[in-house]
Design a protein around this ligand. Structure first.
Ligand SMILES: NC(=O)C1=CN([C@@H]2O[C@H](COP(=O)(O)OP(=O)(O)OC[C@H]3O[C@@H](n4cnc5c(N)ncnc54)[C@H](OP(=O)(O)O)[C@@H]3O)[C@@H](O)[C@H]2O)C=CC1
Ligand SMILES: CC(=O)[C@@H](O)[C@H](O)COP(=O)(O)O
Ligand SMILES: [Mn+2]
Length: 387
């Protein structure tokens, strides 16, 4: 029987890679629902090809434009409610959460609330509301399987031992495009330069996060919530080749790693087929060609975002949500050309100082923290513009 899936964010980098996996295994997966933001032309093409029961896009205006492009019989929804309805669709077994940023929080939470298996790419939802999401998953029996390459690697490596035998988790980071660039020139970095990731083709937001190392910071927080490991047992090591996707060190000193070519279709397929492995028809790793594999200590002075993420995780409560919101604002404004690259961490640091941090008891409280942090971050950017 084909597994029935919903893909939230099917027009994005992860969404499109997921559909390539589905296309390679048409008997294994049936697309029930697809959602897009603004790219309704691509959504219409995907609907034509994969024949979902239901689709949703960002708003009513776009839905009106999408309507005539859709094949007959496909139900059309829009807005947050429409995307949430796709996540909760009664026929859906697995939800791929591939929205970017805080827009992913409510649909991801809805999938977990509905007890779906969650193939999670949208790391921001775990960063914002990790404790609440994990608690809800326990309550509903929803299984969360990571799609993020490092977390997929850790998820696989953890299967080599027991929870109490884990000494530490080691996340690998490529170091991004500015690993070797002198810090004194960071004020001159352009969006075009920062959008050139050395190893992965990804959406713009995560590509900038990789360039600041905030992506690794978000991944430390993601790992903490997914695997219930304290921050002091989560290390980051720079590995410029992105072949070793991450590692787990056990109490006996054994270190178990997962390796592979940098291709997101591999962790996506694993998250969809787990515990099975699919015979993927994609390029495999040639160890000799990939050599040498090298490792370095991250430079926290050059890349303060990583240290800020550890700090937010240690502060707890709404601090990771505040960090995430400030980062989303700073990245957006940087991409608009209105904020210097080297000021991204300054905006985040100052937002954390000014925000009111507390323990959230509901998703609504997390969303409030996100809204207030965005206001503060914009104020800080306005102040910086005046200087
Ligand atoms: N790309 C990668 O290789 C990896 C990504 N991730 C994570 O996966 C997630 C997705 O990343 P990626 O695929 O690169 O991002 P993209 O920007 O490529 O895609 C984002 C998707 O979300 C949709 N979207 C954005 N905003 C909204 C909104 N407000 N309402 C509805 N839909 C919206 C976009 O729609 P549209 O384009 O139609 O506007 C698109 O389908 C992120 O959390 C990222 O950190 C993790 C590991 C690797
Ligand atoms: C593919 C993936 O999982 C990304 O999160 C990737 O790891 C980004 O690369 P960096 O290691 O440069 O952040
Ligand atoms: Mn990753």
């Amino acid at each position: 029987m084909a597994k029935k899936i919903a893909i939230l964010g099917s027009t994005g980098s992860i969404g499109r890679s997921t559909l390539e996996v589905v296309e390679a295994f048409p008997d294994r997966f049936k697309v029930v629902a697809l959602t897009a933001g603004e790219n309704i032309e691509l959504l219409a093409k995907q609907a034509e090809k994969f024949k979902p029961l239901q689709v949703a896009c960002k708003n009513e205006y776009l839905a009106e434009k999408l309507k005539p492009l859709l094949p007959k019989g496909v139900k059309l929804l829009h807005g947050k409610e429409g995307i949430i309805a796709c996540a909760r669709h009664p026929e859906v077994e697995s939800v791929v959460s591939a929205l970017v940023g805080s827009a992913g929080l409510l649909p991801t939470f809805a999938a977990v609330e509905a007890g779906k298996t969650l193939a999670l790419a949208n790391k921001e939802s775990l960063v914002m509301a990790g404790k609440l999401l994990i608690e809800k998953a326990r309550e509903t029996g929803s299984q969360i399987i990571p799609v993020d390459s490092e977390h997929s690697a850790i998820f696989q490596a953890l299967q080599a031992g027991r929870a109490q035998e884990v000494n530490k988790i080691i996340l690998t980071a490529s170091g991004g495009p500015f690993r070797e660039r002198p810090k004194e020139t960071f004020n001159k970095i352009t969006p075009e330069e920062a959008l050139k990731h050395p190893n992965w083709r990804m959406g713009p937001k995560i590509t900038i996060d990789s360039a600041t190392l905030m992506n690794k910071g978000l991944e430390v927080i993601e790992a903490h919530f997914l695997f219930n490991v304290p921050p002091e047992k989560i290390d980051v090591v720079i590995h410029p080749q992105s072949i070793v996707h991450s590692l787990v060190e056990f109490v006996d000193g054994s270190v178990i790693a997962q390796l592979g070519v940098p291709d997101m279709r591999v962790p996506i397929a694993y998250a969809l087929s787990y515990p099975e492995r699919l015979p993927l028809p994609f390029p495999k790793l040639d160890l000799v060609k990939a050599s040498p594999l090298t490792f370095e200590v991250p430079d926290l002075e050059k890349f303060p975002c990583l240290a800020l993420a550890y700090e937010a995780l240690r502060l707890g409560g709404t601090a990771p949500a505040v960090l995430n919101a400030a980062n989303e604002v700073a990245v957006e404004v940087f991409l608009e050309g209105r904020l210097r690259f080297d000021l991204i961490p300054e905006v985040i640091r100052e937002t954390l100082v000014r925000a009111d941090i507390k323990e959230p008891s509901s998703i609504d409280e997390v969303i409030n923290a996100d809204i207030f942090a965005r206001i503060i971050a914009h104020q800080i950017i306005d102040e910086l513009e005046k200087d």
